[in-house]
Design a protein around this ligand. Structure first.
Ligand code: ZN
Length: 330
């Protein structure tokens, strides 16, 4: 009986073990299925955008850090512009795509370069990578253009990659000389020429060396408006007795001497540098067209011919057909 009981015990015990083993194997099988089907991966996101799934977070981070720390020549610094977020997930339908994630991260690494700006007349025109290069460029430009323009090395600055790349295309000094400097030089030369011309012209500005009528009374000034004229007065009226001598106010060549509508008898004298002097309403003319006169030469006599209400000299100064205020030249 005892042995039977013992046998029974052993039998129960064995059954129990088999039962546990069964459960264990089911659990193990389940775990295997789970482990086989589900992966423990890091979901990588940045700015809310999914970059992908990776198995090894450290590996990715180390690679990125290595890229950032490896500064090639001329690189000031590199920066990962986005901040990746890693979340550990058990996923069944995702694979480790570290390569994609790494590439996406790499795309967001910005590189900032150091460069020397070459300044021409205060404006940065180009960039070079080293100080030696900068010195050479500046020396070349200064030699060629002397003191035409201020060529300087700008302060060493940092520039974004894009900026340097676009400038680098033009960086060849030949280009710089042809495109920028030649144009600038031409502009500068033109400005100088114009300034010289202007200066020469202003130094040649006509002067009323002699008052055309001695004595007399100014009765109407340049620009005045009155009921007898439809527009502003184009000259200076000096009233004097009929027959009073009119002298050339400046030297020049007579271009007209005769009768001309409302001006009556008049003399036009070209004063060489674009200025013209008109003497109108005369009673007598003493000069002829083509005659050269010096300042003070007797050219006509005061009268009241043409559109005039009494004896007076209408004196005009014109430049390129435009009337000027004679009193500014007296
Ligand atoms: Zn007048």
């Amino acid at each position: 009986m005892k042995s039977i009981l013992n046998n029974q015990d052993t039998e129960n015990h064995t059954k129990e073990i088999i039962k546990i083993a069964k459960y264990l194997s089911i659990a193990l099988l389940f775990l295997m299925v789970v482990l086989f089907k589900y992966n423990a991966l890091y979901k990588v996101t940045a700015n809310g955008e999914e970059l992908g799934y990776i198995r090894n977070k450290n590996e990715i981070q180390n690679e990125i850090n290595a890229i950032i720390e490896n500064k090639e020549d001329g690189v000031a610094f590199k920066n990962l512009e986005i901040e990746p977020v890693y979340e550990l997930k058990f996923v069944s339908n995702k694979e480790d795509n570290s390569e994609d994630v790494l590439n996406k991260l790499k795309e967001n690494i910005s590189t900032t370069y150091t460069a020397y700006g070459i300044t021409i007349d205060g404006k940065i025109e180009t960039y070079v990578a080293t100080e030696t290069e900068a010195d050479k460029v500046v020396a070349d430009l200064q030699k060629e253009y002397e003191d035409k323009m201020a060529v300087e090395i700008g302060v060493k600055q940092v520039f974004e990659k894009e900026k340097i790349e676009t400038v680098e295309e033009k960086v060849a000094i030949a280009d710089l000389k042809e495109d920028n400097l030649d144009a600038k030089l031409k502009k500068l030369e033109k400005q100088e020429e114009q300034a010289k011309k202007k200066k020469a012209e202003s130094s040649k500005k006509v002067v009323v060396a002699v008052r055309p009528v001695s004595g007399g009374t100014i009765t109407s000034r340049y620009g005045e408006r009155s009921s007898v004229r439809s527009s502003a007065h184009t000259g200076l009226d000096i009233a004097a007795k009929k027959g009073t001598t009119i002298k050339a106010a400046a030297s020049g060549k007579v271009t007209f001497a005769g009768y001309k509508g409302s001006y009556g008898y008049m003399v036009k004298i070209d004063c060489d540098n674009g200025y013209e002097m008109w003497y109108a309403h005369c009673s007598k003319l003493y000069v002829k067209k083509g005659q050269k006169v010096s300042a003070g030469t007797k050219i006509a006599a005061v009268g009241s011919t043409g559109n005039s209400t009494g004896p007076h000299l209408h004196f005009e100064i014109r430049k390129n057909g435009k009337t000027l205020n004679p009193q500014k030249y007296m």
